[in-house]
Every structure is written in C-alpha cells, then in structure tokens.
Design a protein around this ligand. Structure first.
Ligand code: UD1
Ligand code: UDP
Length: 379
C-alpha cells in the first residue's frame, strides 16, 4: 500500500513528521515528495535534521515565484511523480501552494486525496492560503480536522463524508520533540535572555509584508515596546524590510529563522508571543503563552474564544496597549486533541486505502465478468 506525502513549506515539514512516523509504523509505504517551495537550509533542511523527517524521495526544486507560476510549476512536476508512483492516496496538508498543487494534480489523475488540517477558514479570499484550503477541502476524500470548529465548518459547507476530528499533528510534534528541544537548544542563554523576560515575535503573512503601510506600522509598534523582543526573520519579511528601507529599532533583536528545537525553546521561555503565523498561534496555546495575533482575522478563532489569543492587527497604539495588559484566563480548554492525531490519521488512511484496493479489485472483477462475450465460431 503506497501513499505519497506532499510537503514544500516550513510548517509542512513539521506537520508531516509525526504522520510519516505513524504511517510507516502502520506498514504504509510512504513516498515523500518535497516540492522545493522552501529551499534555504534554515527554512527546509534544518527541520529534516532536527525532527528526523524521512528524506524526500523526490525534490521538485520549484523554488520561489508568483502565485500562478509557483503553483503551475508544482502541478507540472508532481504529475510525473504521481504517474510513476501510482499511489493509493496523496496526502497534502495545510494551505500552501504545494497543498493546492498536490491536491489538484491528484484529483485530475483520480487519486484520492487526504487533507490534513482541513476545514480552517479565515473567510478572507484575498489570502492565497484561503483559496488553497477551500480547493483542497473540496477535492479531498479524507479530511482531517484539527478542531471541532473546523469539522463544523466543513459540515456548514456540506462536506461530511470522510471528515474526521483527530486533533492537531503540530501538537503531536511538540509533545514528541519538547523533551529533546529542552536538552539540545541553548538559544535562550546564547541570546542572553532571561526565561520569562522577553517576548517572541514572528511576521511573514503576505498581508503584512506585501503592504508597506502595514509593515511600517508593525516596525513602529514593535520598536516602541519597552521589553526585549526576539524576532526570527522569515526571508520574505527580510526582503520586504529591505525593499521599504525599514529597520526595527528599540529593543527588537532580529535573528535568522530558528530551527524547530530553538523555536520551541524561544516560545516556551517567552513571556508573550506576538505573531501572524497560524502554527505559532497554536503553539502559544499548547505552551500556555498569551498570544497577540498581528492580523485582523484568524483561522484559529477557538484560541481567541478561549481568551488566550487576541487579534490586535497592526495599529501601534492597540499593540502597545495589549502588550502589557492582555491577560488570559486561568482555564485553558484542550482544543487540539490528545497528541495522537498522527496515529489516528495513519490508521484511518490505512483502512481507507484497503477499502479503495478492495473496490478496485471488485471493479476489475465486475469489468472482467461483464466483459465481451466469447462467441463460438463454428468451423
Ligand atoms: C508560504 C505559504 C504560507 C505559509 C508559509 C510558511 C503559500 C501561498 N504561502 O508563505 O501559507 O504560512 O509559507 O512559512 O504557499 N524565500 C526564501 N527562501 C526560502 C523560501 C522563501 O528566500 O527558502 C523567500 C522568497 O523571496 C520568496 C518568499 O520568501 O519569494 C516567499 O516564499 P513563499 O514560499 O512564496 O511564501 P511564504 O511567504 O513563505
Ligand atoms: N518556526 C520555526 N522557526 C521560525 C519560525 C517558525 O521553527 O523561525 C516554526 C513554528 O514553531 C511552527 C511553524 O514553523 O511550528 C510555523 O510555520 P510558519 O510560521 O512559517 O507558517 P504558518 O504556520 O503560518 O503557515
């Protein structure tokens, strides 16, 4: 039984790892396809090294590009792989251009799709990620939801068949790796930081980086905060700052993109996290850190409802006010499962693939028995 896993961007390497391990433990032959959407060592190779992610069987090396070009390149290159490998299932995750390209190609080849992190919505179709999610969910045969909210959202859209609430594989990854990260990472001490004495920030969303006014507002806001801030810079943000001639000042320290162990240690020891990342919002919740989301909306609305995440947008006065005054409640409901989402996904997919194979066999038998009738020709 063969399944192709498509990965391409940083969060996909992290999310894929627990699922890969569980699939392989369940006896599935997994073929790992890296689209090459992210390619710098700090954005890609470092995660395979930290997490022990299986090395890609294929690297399509598509690199960066405009939305259509990047998506189109992945489509063309992944098609050849799927035709060669003939998997029973193609697994895509999240909402990147690698996700939509993997899903679209599989759909056109009539290969069933599994979408991990299905049903998330920001309800803002200006985001490329929203388009990617909606299309992947429309095409998927098996949909794995991180939360009950996502499962309900799929039902609202009429998608119930094959939809499961399994929990968040990002939570699995954190539980599996936190003990190792604590012993291996020295980043907090290396940066001269005191646990609980700094805040952690990440910014990379197109809505914040491609819009000079929003980026400038964020630079102004963070530079004015009277607390040490560590900001691992996504290459997209680094390029946008250069483009606009902007620099962080005050107590903001920008560093290279962090590896997974370093990142989780920066998160675990921070007083507060401020981010526009989907994954970092959830990780703040897993680690019980107050989170300010530097956006006007979020897919992770349950963390806001629970009182642990606050949408602050980019206005400097709003951010300054929330920075020292936002205080989550004592209670924290378990929103993201029990840390065994990957195992559940693996077993559901295995069963699904077995059914597919049986159905294929039934169809082949039916075609054979209903085939052309042999007519005796008398000599
Ligand atoms: C992508 C995803 C986004 C996800 C993010 C995770 C889409 C539409 N967006 O956004 O959902 O949250 O990944 O980080 O798929 N770059 C490098 N080196 C790299 C990778 C990127 O320099 O290894 C630079 C390039 O200038 C590139 C830019 O970053 O143009 C943006 O990269 P891209 O993959 O297009 O989008 P992300 O912003 O990373
Ligand atoms: N991450 C990391 N190093 C960084 C920034 C993020 O390891 O410098 C991890 C983070 O802990 C989370 C994931 O990358 O697990 C989130 O990815 P990202 O913010 O790039 O994308 P998103 O989740 O918004 O799609």
């Amino acid at each position: 039984m063969k399944m192709v896993s498509v990965v391409g961007a940083r969060p996909e390497f992290i999310q894929a790892t627990p699922v890969s391990k569980a699939l392989r433990a369940a006896g599935v032959h997994e073929v790992m396809v890296h689209t090459g959407q992210h390619y710098d060592y700090a954005m890609s190779g470092a995660f395979f090294a930290d997490l022990g992610t299986p090395a890609p069987d294929y690297n399509l090396e598509v690199g960066s590009g405009a939305q259509g070009k990047q998506t189109g390149e992945i489509l063309a290159r992944i098609e050849e792989v799927l035709i060669t490998e003939k998997p029973e299932v193609v697994i895509v995750r999240g909402d990147t251009n690698s996700t939509i390209a993997g899903a679209l190609t599989a759909a056109k080849l009539n290969i069933p799709i599994a979408h991990v992190e299905a049903g998330e919505r920001s309800f803002d179709r200006r985001m490329p990620e929203e388009i990617n999610r909606v299309v992947a969910d429309a095409l998927a045969a098996q949909l794995f939801c991180v939360s009950r909210t996502a499962l309900r959202q799929l039902a609202n859209e009429g998608i119930t068949q094959g939809a499961h609430w399994v929990g968040d594989v990002l939570y699995d990854a954190m539980l599996q790796n936190l003990p190792v990260a604590r012993t291996r990472s020295t980043i907090v001490a290396d940066l001269g930081l005191r646990p609980g004495g700094y805040s952690l920030v990440t910014i990379h969303r197109a809505a914040n980086t491609d819009n000079p006014a929003r980026l400038a507002a964020l630079v102004t806001a963070l530079s004015a905060i009277d607390e040490d801030i560590v900001l691992p810079l996504h290459p997209r943000t680094r390029a946008a700052l250069l483009r606009d001639g902007l620099e962080f000042g005050g107590r903001v320290r920008t560093i290279a993109p962090a590896g997974y162990f370093d990142m989780t240690q920066l998160e675990e020891n921070a007083r507060l996290i401020a981010t526009d990342s989907g994954g970092v919002q959830r990780e703040a919740y897993f680690l019980s850190k107050p989170c300010l989301t530097l956006r006007d909306e979020t897919e992770w609305s349950e963390t806001v409802t629970a009182g642990w995440n606050k949408l602050v947008g980019v206005a400097p006065d709003v951010i300054a006010d929330a920075w020292f005054n936002f205080s989550p409640p004592a209670q924290q409901p378990p929103l993201f499962g029990d840390g065994r989402a990957a195992e559940k996904i693996a077993w559901i997919l295995r069963e699904f693939a077995v059914e597919q194979l049986n159905e294929d066999a039934r169809n082949a038998r039916a075609a054979y028995t209903a085939g052309p009738v042999h007519t005796e020709v008398s000599a």
